[in-house]
Design a protein around this ligand. Structure first.
Ligand code: PEP
Length: 250
């Protein structure tokens, strides 16, 4: 049985009062039990407040990014030790906004992933194709190349600390969602690509999340796909009722 996960990526949207308010609202909306892990990714300055605000709840606070460097002269960067010192155990790496806006390369992402895993973190590793790549039919090769370059330096044991998030870039923040069939097709492809390298057992245990305009009204159908193990949610995670409705969609 794979872990089901719903993770909210708040991006650069919430200051401290908004972070605290959103966590309070999520806590109020939380049902007695959930069939998935629930994660939120606030901005770095508010991780500690978020961690404290989520104590004694099933909410895990995760980071949106981390440096691959251990410490030192890296102005503006945040290290793995720093994240861990405020209670963070998981980090999103390779979001398309990091790749596209901040020019993070496959090499950078491979280094970040390895550094985080070496320190015992769980990594939510994002991959996904642009619209022209899908229209040109290169979406499978694009995404598998991202996985190969970003993850295939990891051992079998290390890969167990990874959660994959397939996020077609054309569906992020656009309101356009991959169809459940498109999501399933890519997730199954990724699982078999992982199985070729790491074996079927590891591939079957790997949670693969879908991200791209997941909303309460499309989550049930997307999450019902056999290789979709949950969602990485942007816009809809900023509304507590929508976020919890998505988490209830299994
Ligand atoms: C994301 O940023 O990871 C994302 C999937 O955003 P949205 O849900 O808004 O498309």
């Amino acid at each position: 049985m794979r872990n089901k996960i719903v993770a909210g990526n708040w991006k650069m949207n919430c200051d401290l009062p908004m972070t605290q308010d959103l966590i309070s609202k999520i806590k109020r909306e939380l049902p007695g039990t959930l069939d998935c892990e629930l994660m939120i990714a606030p901005s770095h300055p508010f991780l500690y407040a978020a961690f404290n605000g989520s104590l004694d709840t099933p909410i895990e606070v995760v980071a949106q990014n981390v440096s691959q460097h251990e410490k030192g002269a890296y102005t503006g960067e945040v290290s793995i030790d720093m994240l861990q010192s405020v209670g963070v155990k998981s980090v999103i790496i390779g979001h398309s906004e990091r790749r596209d806006e901040f020019h993070e390369t496959d090499h950078d992402l491979a280094a970040k992933t390895k550094a985080a895993i070496d320190k015992g973190m769980r990594v939510i590793f994002c991959c996904g194709e642009h619209l022209e790549q899908r229209q040109g039919g290169s979406h499978f090769t694009t995404v598998t190349a991202q996985i190969e370059k970003g993850l295939f330096h990891l051992s079998n044991k290390e890969l167990k600390q990874v959660v994959l998030a397939y996020e077609p870039v054309w569906a992020i923040g656009t309101g356009e969602t991959a169809s459940p069939q498109q999501a399933q097709e890519m997730h199954a492809h990724l699982r078999s690509f992982i199985a070729d390298k790491y074996g079927d057992k590891v591939a079957q245990q790997l949670s693969i999340l879908y991200g791209g305009s997941v909303k309460p009204d499309n989550a049930v159908e997307i999450f019902a796909q056999p290789d979709v193990d949950g969602g990485l949610v942007g816009g809809a995670s900023l509304d507590a009722s929508s976020f919890i409705a998505i988490a209830k969609s299994f």
